[in-house]
Each structure stands twice: as C-alpha cells, then as structure tokens.
Design a protein around this ligand. Sequence first.
Ligand SMILES: NC(=O)c1ccc[n+]([C@@H]2O[C@H](COP(=O)([O-])OP(=O)(O)OC[C@H]3O[C@@H](n4cnc5c(N)ncnc54)[C@H](O)[C@@H]3O)[C@@H](O)[C@H]2O)c1
Length: 450
Amino acid sequence: MTLVSNLPTDPAPSQFDALEQLILTRSATVGVVGLGYVGLPFAIEKTKVGFSVIGIEQNPKRAERVNQADSYIDDISSETLNQAISNGKLKAVTHFDVISEMDVIVICVPTPLTKNLTPNLSYVESVAQEIGKRLRPGQLVSLESTTYPGTTDDVIRPILEQISGLQQGQDFFLAHSPERVDPGNQRYTTQNTNKIVGASDSQSLRVAELFYQQTISQVVPVSSAKAAELVKVFENTFRAVNIALVNELALLCDRLDLDVWEVLDAANTKPFGIMPFYPGPGVGGHCIPIDPHYLEWKAKEVNFNTRFIALAGEINRRMPSFARSKAFRVLNQLGIAPSRAQILIVGITYKKDLADWRESPAIEIMKFLLKDQVSLRYHDPYIDHISAAGQHFNSVPLTDAEIARADLVLIATDHSCIDYGNLVAQAKAVLDTRGATRKIECDRTKVTLL
Ligand SMILES: NC(=O)c1ccc[n+]([C@@H]2O[C@H](COP(=O)([O-])OP(=O)(O)OC[C@H]3O[C@@H](n4cnc5c(N)ncnc54)[C@H](O)[C@@H]3O)[C@@H](O)[C@H]2O)c1
C-alpha cells in the first residue's frame, strides 16, 4: 500500500524512536478513555499482548465493575476481564490525572446526535480538553469514536495544541483509527478485523500503525485522518442504504402480495453482484441510525446534498410504523380492536443475542402501540426492564401461558435462544418482523411475516 508516500516528513525522531521502542517491547502504558462496547474489548485485547492498560471511565459504577472483574459488555466474559485485572494489566479510574503516565491514549467515547440530527461532539471535545491539560511530549493520541471527516484535524488537534502548547508531529502524535467492532459477531472480533489508520503527519501515522499492528492482523493506512473518518462513516452508510433498499422491497412486496423473504433468498443465490441484507422493523444501535447523519451534516457544510442518506433514513424510520400497521391487520383479521388487544413483544434489543436496546426499533413499535392503547408486555432474555413512552416494563417469562395469553406475539428481535417452534405452537397469532420462524417447522397459518 503506497498511500502514505506523499505525506511531509517530520522532525522529532527522538520522540518517535522512544515511543516506537515502548510499543515494540509492549512496555507502553495504554490509556483507554470510555470503557463501553468499544473501549472495554479494546482494552482487553491490548492487555492480552502484554500492554498495561488504564481505563478512564466517567461512570463510577462501570469503573468499579471493571475493577471487580464484573463485565457489563456481552462480548467480554467476567472470566476474561478477571484475567486482565488479576494479572495487574488493567485497572479503571474515573479521573484524568493518570494521563501523564500513559504513552498511548485511545478515545472511545460516544458520538451521538443532537435532537436536530446534527453531530454532538461534546464528549470528544471534553475528553480532548482533559487530555490537552496533561499532554506531554512523546504521547500518541488516537480517536476511535466514529465521526465526520475533519474531526481529528479540525476539532481535536487545535484543542490539544492550544491547551498543551505542544505541536502534533513535533511533540506528540495524533491519529484516527475508527473502531469496526460488530458486537455479538463471533467470527469477526477486534483482533481479526482489519483496522484503518489515518493521520495528517507521517510520524503520527507510522507510530499509530505500529501500535495497532501489535494486536490486529491487518492494519490499513490511509493518507489522512480525514480519509479514515470518511471510511468508517461510509461503511455504516453503506449498511444503512442497503438495509433501506430491502426494507423498501418489503414495503413493495406487501402491496404486491409477494413474500419478500422468498424473493431475497432467491436473489441471494446469485454468486456475484449481490450481497445479503434483510428487512426488519427498523434500524437501531449506536451506529446505523446515527453515523450517516454525521456525514450528511458534513456534506451540507460543503454545500452538498447526500440524497441516499436522507432517503435511507426516511425509509428505515418508516419501518416501526409499518410493523404496527401489519400488527393491526392481523388483529383485524382476528376481529380484535387494538384498544382491546394484548400484544406480547418478543425481543426488545436492536440486534439479536445482544443486551443493547439503544435506539431499538422495538421501542418505537411499543411507543406506537401504547398510543393506540394496546395492552403490552415484552419478553427479552437479555433485558430485565425498560421504559417506553414514560412507562416502565419488566420482561415477562416466556412461558406457554404468557404466550397463549397474548392475542398477538410480535417478534421484534430474533434472539437465537428462543424456541420459535414452541412459540408458534402456543401463540394465537404471530407477527414475525425478522424472519425468525421461516426455517422451522410450524403452523404457518398462524404466522404473518413482515
Ligand atoms: N457499539 C458499537 O458497536 C460501535 C462500533 C464501532 C464504533 N462505535 C463508536 O465508538 C464510540 C463509542 O461507542 P460505544 O458503543 O463504545 O459507546 P458506549 O456508550 O458503550 O461507551 C462509551 C463509554 O464512554 C464513557 N464516557 C463518556 N464520556 C466520558 C468521559 N468524558 N470520560 C470518560 N468516559 C466517558 C461512558 O460512560 C461509556 O461507558 C462511538 O463513537 C460509536 O459510534 C461503536
């Protein structure tokens, strides 16, 4: 890969050499700011190859749980966490005073949207300020949070340089390496997923590349932090747009009286030129519904309209309401008015086999149904309680009696541990928004697919 050849060469070989040695001998101390879905697995990976890691986590409960080896992240077992804690390779703190002890500082804090769907960089900015106050020569700072192109160079760099009086490339190193972790994915983990790294000076790029190479099979350098930022938001935009495309197909198939799942299964038999994406009740989590809007916002700044992003967002946001109308169609066929109906939602998380209900479309569906005065219960093996539209709900056990009590069981997320054969057998009617029942033996007359 020759992408970096045109970068200016920089001075400061001594700072570079010193950090290079610390990284190569794995004696560098690594700071991870934000121990969430990204930060905690990242921290563990680094301890496994010998680095000492200090996590800075503002939530004292999370910091305490890390130190007690009590994991709150699905992909990290408490046993794995315990190994890192008990061998003294990992500890969590709630303050930034430890920054000067670190050689590499990795930022993994949230990058949400404001109510108006514009980037909210307040977490990143406040962390940059805290780091800036304590930055010392020879440190590498790497941003892992997903963000719009330009954040590292135009937002973080000025904060670090102005507060510390130090200069990037000369005194310290700064890079962007977007996290690609796919929570719950057993096949691709942080270790075997290629990692993009970009920086605006060659020393920063080289030292960041070296750092990531210690734990990741293939590191892919790009010529700037800005390019690395765009790679990540493009990847998530690609998913959002393709999911929207199959969701639109589902809306069309509903009008044409065709089974969208059958059509997609058949289309996916083509060995080239197509990729499997599946329809559902909408998109959720902290990436797909959010990241494309970061790019959309940045594009507007340069007077450019990202029409695919807007369209995909519009279609994906329509899906919870489509799920509601399908539910009402089923109730109508059963002769039950929505305000008299009891619906059991199965699966509340945004994705299967994961304890994360952030931005979950299941919550949107619940909000709609509550407005329609439907009597609602939910079951999710991963989430004990939730609130939706100001109401509190506890997960009910998925007993035969609970299933049979509902007029309609609405599968909003297809967790693998659920016995869908029994669910259909016990239920009066099932609305399956995920295709969970498609490959099992069951009474199809009871099941409506999205
Ligand atoms: N979750 C994913 O699947 C995923 C995948 C790839 C990229 N990302 C991106 O990674 C970033 C982090 O996402 P996440 O899912 O890990 O978020 P998260 O909410 O799970 O974790 C973030 C952590 O940062 C902590 N935090 C917030 N402000 C802090 C501060 N000032 N100091 C110290 N700690 C602070 C929070 O308490 C929380 O524990 C986001 O930009 C996200 O878009 C997420």
